[in-house]
Design a protein around this ligand. Structure first.
Ligand code: ACO
Length: 707
């Protein structure tokens, strides 16, 4: 795929359909930007009236070009664009960037689909429509109508929003960041993020990838691609359009808890992608991740001249997952010569308000020379002792020396003097920020990237799931045109899936009931089984916690008596004898078909308050055991499973197992849209779980797969 998509990023010849002599037109700006960017391939303006555009002869049509055009940019109105795309496809142009607006985004979906289908049949891929174009540093090509002078660098940007993309290009220029590629994907009628990632992963100039996403179409493919890319380079995502569609369409807890945004966040974390909220944050973090060395370990040290900012940084470190080094003896040994006697060698290392530029240099040198210190947060508040000019020189030289093996972030606060230091150093690539939080969050992003999930081992599907039995249950419900499974079907499905519901059997006589109870083991529960009695407890049709044979016999008779009195006409089919489920920790485990990501699994705190607490986590399926465990650990109430107040640790492995089983059942059965176990009662380690209530919802056959 990377080889295939290469021609989009490194075309040998480019045609601009709609190239114009009029400098106000987009077709003119495209030619101007391509020429100004130093593109070395051939450029062919296409305009039916001929003449020249920026001194290049214009050809009347794409057919008139006697060259291998790899990329054609379409910049003519929508009513003509379809015809122009078809001409490019007939001509065998592999990539067509449709700049033109006026397709699906204004309701013209059919025209858009028709254009893409025609092109696809001829092997032509469409970028857009509704885009500003593509910039690629690999061949110095600015085929956009955005800024003319884009600075080459090492961040790749893929953006769904045109205007934001153009703004980001401007910002990278102002911040002296530099980009390796900028691709506007617009309506994503054909080419989407997943198509572009493999090229960017291979591209040596690209050190970090930033995506602005509004909606995901083929989430399963995107997940696969991201999992391939993130071990090689950091990927950051800004996601807007926090849709409620998924939640509204949902028919179960799992669904209503699966707000599209929560699922997106969790799945991105699963893929090792860092999610950010603002453009400024995205650019700051991308720049830092693209340029910083990787930390050798987790020991960070704060060096400061002010106690207050040191404490703020320590708070921020905790929030952003930066581990502060706390070996007091080593810290003292490392910093005792650099820190004045009235300062502190603890972490934060405090050179005090009396600290000079020289004190900074000595303490930073000591930190960089230490084998035990793996990253540095250098902070300062303006004092009369900090001369901006020597401070700037010292910090720049420290940043240069650290560049090969120790991540360093800096923040200096105060008035104009400190602003000068920050403004001078930032464009020179020094990771210095006007705010402590910004500095620590950059280091936190680096550590979050380091902690990304390991590459997935083979996806785990429990081998003992009885697929044929599950299929049979689903087919029988389908045959009756039901969208859900009945209690006995759900039970059969759970057993076939290896998920243990409470043991149970229906007795037709007292002797039968005794036999079943003895096989199940006391205590047991009795429940009347009658199609005429819907609310069993209202008529005294249930007896709980029966400890022995005597209690069982008495309860059996009492149930029959009460039911006959309350509903004299009721046909009693039998009495169900069930295991009395011991109390344990209540969890919820489920799987559903997400509109963006396909099969997703979830787990969380279960019970009746599940929708209030919303303490759940999600993952795209397939996943391995390690990732299922990571998901469980993300649930806020996870410590309940570790045992609180002297309780023993619960059987977390059995919860992992249940997650993998519901995921496997959903993935293997396209007819099932939701499976939910709530509560899944978890017992002490080694004692397993009980699926007390299981619900299974079938997909609406007419919905085309969406739950
Ligand atoms: N082949 C080649 N050239 C043609 C053809 C054709 N079939 N038909 C017309 N042309 C020529 C025209 O004669 C004109 O050249 P001229 O100036 O020499 O006469 C040129 O192509 C452009 O055609 P116009 O009709 O003048 O179209 P105009 O430039 O006004 O608009 C455009 C075309 C820019 C594609 C417009 O329809 C459009 O979609 N604009 C929005 C673009 C956009 O916003 N995209 C999303 C970007 S992301 C963001 O939000 C920033």
């Amino acid at each position: 795929m990377a080889e295939d998509i290469r021609r989009l990023f490194e075309p040998r010849a480019v045609a601009i359909v709609g190239a114009s002599r009029n400098p106000a037109k987009i077709g003119h700006k495209l030619v101007d930007n391509i020429l100004a960017s130093g593109y070395k391939g051939s450029v062919y303006p296409v305009n039916p009236s001929g003449g020249t555009v920026l001194d290049l002869p214009a050809v009347p049509s794409i057919d008139a070009i006697d060259d291998d055009v790899d990329l054609a940019c379409i910049a003519i109105p929508a009513k003509f664009a379809g015809e122009a795309v078809r001409a490019c496809a007939d001509r065998g142009v592999p990539y067509v960037a449709v700049i033109t607006s006026g397709f699906a985004e204004v309701g013209a979906l059919a025209e858009e689909r028709e254009m893409v289908a025609y092109a696809a049949e001829r092997g032509t891929r469409i970028l857009g429509p509704n885009i500003f174009g593509i910039y690629s540093a690999a061949c110095s090509m600015n085929a956009t109508f955005g800024p003319r002078d884009i600075q080459a660098g090492n961040i790749a940007i893929i953006t769904q929003s045109g205007a934001l993309g153009i703004a980001m290009m401007g910002k990278t220029r102002a911040e002296n960041i530099g980009v390796s590629a900028v691709v506007s994907v617009g309506n994503k009628a054909d080419i989407a993020e997943a198509d572009l990632l493999s090229y960017l992963a291979d591209d040596p100039a690209t050190k970090a990838i930033l995506m602005y996403v509004e909606g995901i179409q083929d989430g399963e493919r995107l997940v696969r691609e991201l999992r391939e890319v993130t071990p090689r380079k950091p990927v950051l995502v800004i996601k807007s359009g926090r849709s409620r569609r998924g939640a509204l369409a949902a028919a179960s807890h799992t669904g209503s808890l699966a707000g599209a945004d929560e699922v997106f966040s969790d799945v991105m974390r699963q893929c090792g992608v860092l999610r950010v909220d603002t453009i400024a944050e995205a650019l700051n973090l991308s720049k830092f991740l693209a340029t910083s060395p990787r930390p050798r370990g987790s020991n960070a040290v704060i060096i400061t001249n002010g106690g207050g900012i040191g404490v703020m940084a320590a708070d921020a470190a905790e929030r952003f997952g930066v581990g502060l080094y706390d070996d007091l003896a080593t810290l003292n040994e490392t910093f005792s010569d650099a820190v004045p006697a009235f300062g502190s060698t603890r972490n934060p290392v405090d050179i005090t308000g009396q600290g000079t530029v020289d004190d900074y240099r000595r303490s930073l040198d000591a930190a960089l020379a230490s084998e035990d210190i793996h990253s540095v947060i250098c902070l300062g508040c303006e004092t009369a002792l900090l001369e901006p000019e020597p401070l700037t020189r010292t910090l720049e030289s420290v940043a240069q020396r650290a560049a090969s093996d120790t991540p360093v972030v800096m923040s200096f606060l105060g008035g104009a003097a400190m602003d000068v230091v920050v403004e001078e150093l930032r464009p020179r690539g020094v990771p210095i920020y006007g705010d402590v939080y910004e500095a620590v969050s950059a280091l936190g992003a680096l550590y979050a990237y380091e902690r990304r999930p390991a590459t997935m081992t083979a996806p785990e599907t429990p081998a003992d799931i009885d697929g044929a039995a599950i299929r049979e249950v689903v087919d029988s419900a389908r045959a009756e045109e039901r969208g859900f499974l009945l209690a006995h079907e759900t039970r059969a499905l759970a057993i076939a899936a290896g998920i243990r519901p409470p043991a149970s059997a229906v007795a037709s006589s007292m002797q039968d009931a005794v036999r079943h109870a003895e096989a199940i083991g006391y205590p047991v529960v009795l429940k009347v089984v009658s199609r005429h009695i819907l609310h069993k407890s209202d008529v005294g049709g249930i007896a709980l916690d029966l400890e022995d044979r005597g209690e069982l016999i008495a309860a059996y008779e009492a149930i029959l008596h009460r039911c006959r009195q309350a509903v004299p006409h009721a046909v009693i089919d039998g009495i169900e004898v069930s295991e009395m489920v011991r109390s344990g920790t209540e969890t919820i485990v489920g799987a559903r078909r997400d509109p963006s990501f396909g099969p997703v699994v979830m787990c969380g705190l279960g019970g009746v308050y599940v929708e209030v607490m919303k303490d759940v986590a999600f993952r795209a399926y397939p996943l391995d055991r390690a990732e299922a465990l990571t998901m469980i650990k993300e649930v806020r109430s996870y410590p309940l499973l570790l045992g609180v107040r002297g309780e023993s640790r619960k059987d977390v492995e059995a919860v992992v197992d249940a997650v993998l089983r519901v995921g496997a059942v959903l993935a293997a059965n396209p007819d099932i849209s939701d499976i939910e176990i709530n509560p899944l009662v978890v017992y002490d380690e080694g004692e397993g779980t009980r699926a007390v209530d299981v619900r299974v919802i079938l997909d609406d056959p007419g919905s085309g797969g969406d739950a």
